[in-house]
Design a binder for this molecule. Structure first.
Ligand code: ADP
Ligand code: MG
Length: 494
């Protein structure tokens, strides 16, 4: 059985099998029959997994429809959808097949948010899976005949990614304000077009874009908002080239009022797509249409990108999301625990906020795990329990080494002053230890060469590169350096 879920931007599907299907109309009779079967499936599930787990995971799962062998269920949240798919997928399918041999596979979707008043006017396009050759997604059209409901691939963004659900703190307040501003304005201001949001993985860029989508739709359901990932843009463009359908592709963008492209760094290095994106971009800006972009990097740090494109991207309002602070993480956890209506002691939230500092996605995942263990196994949620349940994440977090630690250790090891790490002095007695520290910073942290250079007295990234190469060479030719490096590495990681 295939287990490749289709990657949709918001309403992802957890699918136990993935076949294309054509729609069939269900009449009342068939519906009743299907509901009776669902009841029997639920009864068996309840018996097998117990009342408590059944209520937790299937309590709010709704029966969808059966089309050409594919049975759809709807889950209230992404978390439930994923959990049900991962842990109960095989069983749900087997039980369905026991009561209805027509069922060939089962798919869990998110409950769709309420349909917009004029369904065709607000759409989101899911990425085209680039790996599957045989998969032919329908080309999206803006014409009145296509909209949500008539084409299963057209799904609204993630329902819970709203402004109301976005917790604001120092690191994201500017990006949040900028996003709200775009959603609330009547006409785009040239100096704020495009809005370019950048920040590390899992810090809320996609959340903000979907929130803009929802807010615009709420304010004026007639506004045509198009959200897609840059990957989807590229894949669709390549497909249009292959099938000689570029006109249809261009048509897609011609009539939008707001275009949102997520993760634009994906376009880097893809020349033809970049060019097409540039044209699309320019023509929309000329028509005074709002564009919102997100990226993991600021325009100035995008590589393999044409200069004209870079300056275009940065020509409007650039807003960054910084890595999270402890206060923001705690406040996010409190909000999420409240929303989930699960009492989690403050100490546990503080513990998680303190330990999981990588990104918000991991933070959410950690909380979900703690809550799930509490609910499913009936364990009391305590700091010890969280420690136990999250041991793999905590180990990772504990292993993180900072540049400060590296500099301190190395300076102590070679018996030089810590200040020499950033001093301009080039004497071998301080330059070599400094190179060792730079080398270790490259090895043990995720910082880039320029970032490392900055931490060593604002040195250029080429200096860091040189240091890394030098130590690599010396490790082979000079046993004492090799031993120093190994020892320091072990101490730092220990
Ligand atoms: P990115 O697109 O930057 O990689 P996402 O927008 O996908 O990150 O965010 C990752 C997860 O963290 C999402 O589930 C999102 O809802 C959540 N998240 C991020 N920032 C916040 C925030 N400030 N408040 C609430 N949830 C957040
Ligand atoms: Mg994202």
């Amino acid at each position: 059985m295939s287990r490749t879920p289709t990657q949709l931007p918001g309403n992802q599907e957890a699918s136990f099998n993935q076949d294309n299907f054509a729609g069939t109309v269900m009449n009342d009779e068939v519906r009743k029959e299907l509901e009776a079967q669902w009841q029997r499936v639920c009864d068996r599930l309840r018996k097998e997994i117990g009342d408590k787990a059944f209520k937790t995971w299937f309590g709010e799962v709704e029966l969808g429809e059966l089309k050409a062998g594919k049975l759809r269920l709807y889950a209230p949240t992404r978390f439930v959808r994923d959990w049900v798919g991962r842990h109960y997928g095989d069983r749900v399918l087997a039980y369905w097949q026991a009561v209805n041999t027509e069922v060939k596979n089962v798919e869990v979707n998110l409950v769709p948010p309420p349909a917009p008043r004029r369904a065709n006017e607000v759409i989101a396009i899911p990425p085209v899976p680039s790996s599957s050759q045989s998969y032919q997604p329908p080309m999206p059209r803006m014409g009145p005949s296509i909209g949500r409901g008539t084409d299963d691939l057209f799904q609204a963004p993630e329902a819970r990614y709203t402004f109301a659900n976005f917790v604001v703190g120092k690191p994201n307040e500017f990006a949040y304000a900028a996003a709200r501003n775009i959603a609330e304005q009547d006409r785009p201001l040239p100096e704020r077009n495009p809005l370019y949001i950048f920040g590390g993985v899992g810090l809320g860029k996609t959340h903000l874009m979907h929130a803009i989508w929802h807010a615009i739709r709420e304010r004026d359901p007639k506004t045509r908002v198009l959200y897609l990932t840059a990957e989807s843009f590229v894949n669709r463009f390549i497909q249009a080239l292959r099938t000689k359908n570029t006109n249809q592709f261009k048509e897609l963008f011609r009539n939008v009022d707001v275009l949102m492209v997520d993760d634009v760094q994906f376009i880097c290095g893809k020349e033809a797509s970049q060019e097409e994106f540039f044209f699309t971009f320019n023509s929309l800006v000329e028509q005074n249409k709002q564009i919102v972009l997100s990226s993991e990097k600021p325009p100035s740090e995008l590589q393999d990108i044409e200069e004209r494109m870079r300056s275009r991207l940065g020509s409007g309002l650039v807003a960054d999301i910084h890595s999270s602070t402890y206060e923001l993480r705690l406040s996010i956890l409190q909000t999420k625990a409240e929303t989930a209506r699960v009492p989690v002691p403050l100490q546990v939230l503080e513990f998680v906020a303190h330990k999981i500092s990588t990104n918000i996605r991991e933070l959410e995942g950690a909380l979900n795990r703690v809550v799930a263990h509490g609910q499913m196994l009936g364990r009391e949620i305590t700091v010890e329990m969280a420690q136990d349940v999250l041991h793999d994440l905590l180990r990772q977090a504990d292993r993180k080494v900072t540049v400060d630690e590296i500099q301190q250790r190395v300076a102590a090891h070679y018996n030089i002053k810590l200040a020499e790490m950033s001093s301009p002095r080039r004497a071998r007695s301080v330059a070599r230890p400094r190179q060792v520290a730079m080398y270790l910073a490259k090895q043990l942290t995720t910082l880039s060469l320029p970032q490392i250079g900055k931490r060593f007295g604002n040195r250029d990234h080429t200096t860091v590169m040189h240091a890394v190469r030098k130590i690599e060479e010396l490790k082979i030719s000079d046993l004492s350096i090799a031993e120093d490096v190994e020892l320091l590495k072990r101490q730092l990681q220990g």
